[in-house]
Design a protein around this ligand. Structure first.
Ligand SMILES: [Ca+2]
Ligand SMILES: [Ca+2]
Length: 83
């Protein structure tokens, strides 16, 4: 269990390490090799934008998180579910 929505590594705050965990599972479903149930924050069976929004809402630096993820996705060449 996570204590704060979006706190994926359990350090009681929402920050870049949590974003990295979410980013690594971004776009996955329970059948995916990289699936991480903790990253499915809203529990809808997929890791995607809705989870990122929840994480951003609980972050002290939501814009920083969003811009970091956009950079990560761009560098990883990930397509779909844009902002
Ligand atoms: Ca954390
Ligand atoms: Ca989700």
């Amino acid at each position: 269990m996570v204590s704060i929505p979006g706190d994926l590594n359990g350090d009681i705050k929402v920050g870049l390490p949590d974003l990295v965990i979410l980013a690594q599972a971004y776009g996955t479903t329970p059948n995916s090799p990289k699936w991480n149930p903790n990253a499915d924050i809203d529990g809808n069976g997929a890791v995607g934008l809705s989870d990122l929004v929840i994480m951003a809402e609980h972050s002290l630096k939501p814009l920083f998180l969003l811009s970091s993820l956009q950079r990560w996705r761009a560098s990883a060449g990930i397509k779909g579910q844009g902002f």
